[in-house]
Design a protein around this ligand. Structure first.
Ligand code: BGC
Length: 747
């Protein structure tokens, strides 16, 4: 409390000494990644860096040009999707600690991470930066991640607030979402980041929401974030997300950042100064109050004080560091638990190195480096172990490992020629008749060349697959597809990989398929492949982790944080909703995002939410559910527990393993429509072969409610609920019915 008072007193003292010009300097970019400083009063700039997968390289202050030095190589972290797939809060916390420590070590004040937007469509280009389709999983993983970051006197910047679920037309698209899905699906992660993790900063999104730009949305920033959730840290615009001086000045936004070096001309720079001065001296119509600016400066100063950036307090600030062995171990642990065994017929996996003489590794994702791509999430990784290197270093010299590219990735020039329509659209340039004919001619040539090259590589791979003991095919997407600024056109595997997989499976039905990707793909060959492993962009140690799983040193324990639909048309955002090119996008699927749709409407996905196999098996038994509605007791470990769920899980197989036990709640007597069940708790449990453990998961009242738009609050009605203990959203092992006698309302 005293600390808080000190902070507020110091803020007011500083505010009194600042001139209007100095205040304005503090609320807009004075570099591509820093705010303006006030040296006279010892107020430094806020130094920022992307992003979720590590601390990005240094840029020159006012140019998008790498500083060109070698001291900005860093630890490359698993993507947020990978982290969510671990279902392990401790790993989220440890990974956050690494990111925060590295950011501080690199001299940053704010790390522009994590990205926690809901994965609404399989096609969103930035899905790999986001965690899940489910708000509970997002919340539970984001909170420890943010805490880990901020432990290092670095601010997390949770992005992108809010309802930013596509890249197409990202600067302008106007999203319409009803109040219930807004409150139940799209906002809970951000609310938890503010209320539970106490994030110091938040980033406004590029898109519009109900007609307002998110970066100056009164509804999102002033009403919901500030008033309802009580956020008193700093709101930073996405880079170039501000479009109006007055709206931005009067909203809950604090700091305008952008992508161009004309810093004085930003909306919250000279135009703001002029508006205030004209307002005072002119007719006063467009008057902007200086008190609005003061509020922004307060939020920025508060953030700086919390980070120990001002005065003598700087001595107490943590120093951070980067590229330590400890960091590399932490990201290896996270990578190991992020890998998902989707299918394992005939116990194809693990592959035993004993007796293995000849192994074929097929597919360019076996050797591709991903850390340097994706848009703002790209980083300069100190190193990145590819799957091929991981396998080779594990197997050593006695196994002959043969690599074949398998598919052809068109060169940059060919890609341009293949996608000329998109390029000319992006440049907003109409082609003349002659230019059009030339573009079509080049497109045809590029297509033919890609087909020809692809066929050579495919045949070479198939020939190799015939003559080896084992085949591991490593394909998927890359950052030409999982990328900022662009959505995919379909869910298909690019580069003719489906044909490659089918042909390889024909000559070697035991081939193991590994998909490296950040968002779902269609798997036409799902029934024919005996073993399928899902790997994400899993960080610098990803290749080692994958090799350990394939060769059985590590038992996989990742579970899908999102549904993989059989085909795009099954995905609710595409079946009911709108997505993509339109200027206005209405989320007509409402609450039915991900498994909420598939499970309620009985649509069979390729792989369901929460699915992930192990090299061992787990039995669930003794589900006990107790309700304690009347005497909440502060003595209890969890005094807010309304319902306590206990379930015993036994490892019935021969190897050690881990299982993410999932608790779904089904509201059986609800007065409004609700999805058939929703994830409300989970716990990952580690069990030696033959071992059993009792897992306890407590549910608070907020596990039972839905948002009631008329009452403007959440409401848990009295009546019957089913508690499901499950291994995935479609593999419910045990159920128990309970009654709530009272009704609960909460925010
Ligand atoms: C992205 C943000 C990123 C910012 C700064 C924007 O284009 O949307 O996620 O933090 O650039 O690089």
């Amino acid at each position: 409390m005293k600390m808080k008072k000190d902070i507020e007193t110091r803020i007011e003292e500083l505010l009194r000494q600042l001139t209007l010009e100095e205040k304005i300097a503090m609320i807009h970019g004075d570099g591509l990644f820093q705010s303006g400083a006030v040296e006279r009063l010892g107020i430094p700039p806020l130094k920022m860096s992307d992003g979720p997968m590590g601390v990005r390289n240094e840029f020159r202050r006012s140019e998008w040009i790498n500083s060109g030095t070698t001291d900005d190589y860093v630890t490359y972290l698993p993507s947020n999707s990978a982290l969510a797939a671990t279902w392990n809060r401790e790993l989220a916390y440890e990974t956050g600690r690494v990111l925060g420590k590295e950011a501080r070590g690199r001299g940053k004040d704010i790390i522009l991470a994590p990205g926690i937007n809901i994965k609404r469509s399989p096609l969103c280009g930035r899905n790999f930066e986001y965690m899940s389709e489910d708000p509970k999983l997002v919340e539970e993983m984001a909170v420890p991640l943010i805490k880990g970051i901020q432990e290092n006197d670095v601010a997390a910047c949770v992005k992108h607030f809010a309802v930013n679920n596509q890249e197409t037309e990202r600067l302008w698209v106007d999203t319409y979402v009803d109040e219930r899905p807004l409150r139940e699906i799209y906002l809970p992660g951000f609310k938890a980041a503010v209320e539970q993790a106490e994030t110091h900063t938040l980033m406004g999104a590029y898109n519009r929401f109900r007609g307002e730009h998110c970066c100056h949305s009164k509804l999102l920033l002033s009403e919901i974030l500030r008033k309802e959730w009580g956020f008193d840290g700093a709101v930073i615009s996405d880079w170039g997300g501000v479009h109006d001086t007055k709206e931005a000045a009067e909203s809950g936004l604090d700091l305008e950042m952008s992508v161009t070096p004309n810093f004085d001309e930003y909306y919250l720079a000279n135009p703001l100064l002029k508006a205030i001065q004209d307002g005072e001296h002119g007719d006063g119509k467009e008057k902007i109050e200086e008190s609005d600016i003061d509020e922004k400066v307060r939020n920025i100063l508060r953030t700086m004080l919390r980070l120990h950036m001002l005065g003598e307090d700087r001595e107490n600030r943590k120093t951070g560091t980067y590229n330590t062995t400890e960091h590399r171990e932490a990201v290896l642990n996270a990578a190991r638990e992020s890998l998902i065994l989707l299918k394992n017929e005939d116990k194809r996996l693990p592959i035993s190195p004993k007796g293995l003489k000849k192994l074929a590794v097929i597919g360019q994702n076996a050797e591709m480096i991903h850390s340097n791509g994706g848009g703002s999430a790209e980083i300069k990784a100190l190193y990145e172990i590819s799957p091929l290197m991981g396998l080779k270093t594990k197997l050593g010299g006695n196994v002959e490992v043969n690599y074949a590219k398998g598919y052809y990735i068109p060169t940059r020039q060919e890609q341009k020629e293949l996608n000329w329509q998109q390029h000319s659209l992006e440049r907003k340039k109409e082609l003349t008749k002659e230019e059009l004919a030339e573009a079509l001619r080049k497109q045809k040539l590029a297509e033919e060349e890609s087909r020809r090259q692809g066929q050579i590589l495919l045949e070479e791979a198939v020939a190799l697959a015939k003559e080896v003991d084992e085949v591991i095919l490593i394909g998927g997407l890359n950052h030409d597809y999982d990328v900022e600024g662009r959505d995919r056109k379909d869910m298909l595997l690019p580069y003719n990989q489906d044909a490659l997989i089918e042909e390889v499976l024909k000559v070697n039905p035991n081939a193991v398929v590994v998909i490296v990707a950040g968002s779902p793909i269609q798997m036409a060959w799902q029934d024919r492949a005996k073993a399928i492993v899902w790997s994400w962009y899993a960080g610098m140690e990803g290749g080692n982790a994958l090799a350990e799983v394939l060769l059985g040193d590590v038992n996989p324990s990742g579970k899908l944080p999102e549904t993989i639909p059989q085909k795009l048309e099954d995905s609710p955002a595409h079946k009911f909703g709108e997505f993509g090119t339109k200027e206005t996008v209405t989320y007509k699927e409402g609450l039915y995002v991900g498994y909420r749709y598939f499970d309620t409407y009985g649509v069979e996905p390729a792989f369901c939410f929460g699915h992930g196999l192990s090299y061992t098996e787990f039995a669930y038994k003794n589900l006990e559910v107790s309700v304690r509605e009347d005497n909440f007791s502060a003595k209890e470990a969890d005094p807010d527990a309304l319902v306590t769920v206990k379930v015993t899980v036994e490892n019935t197989g021969a190897v050690d393993g881990a299982e993410a036990v999932q608790i779904y709640v089904a509201d059986k007597e609800v007065s409004l429509e609700r999805p058939v069940h929703e994830l409300k708790g989970f716990q990952k449990v580690f069990l030696k072969a033959g071992e059993e453990k009792e897992v306890t998961i407590t549910l608070h009242k907020n596990a039972f409610g839905f948002y009631n738009p008329e009452r403007k609050c959440f409401q848990a009605e009295s009546g019957e609920f089913e508690i499901q203990a499950a291994s995935s959203s479609r593999d419910i092992r045990l159920r128990k019915t309970i009654q709530l006698k009272r009704e609960y309302r909460y925010q």
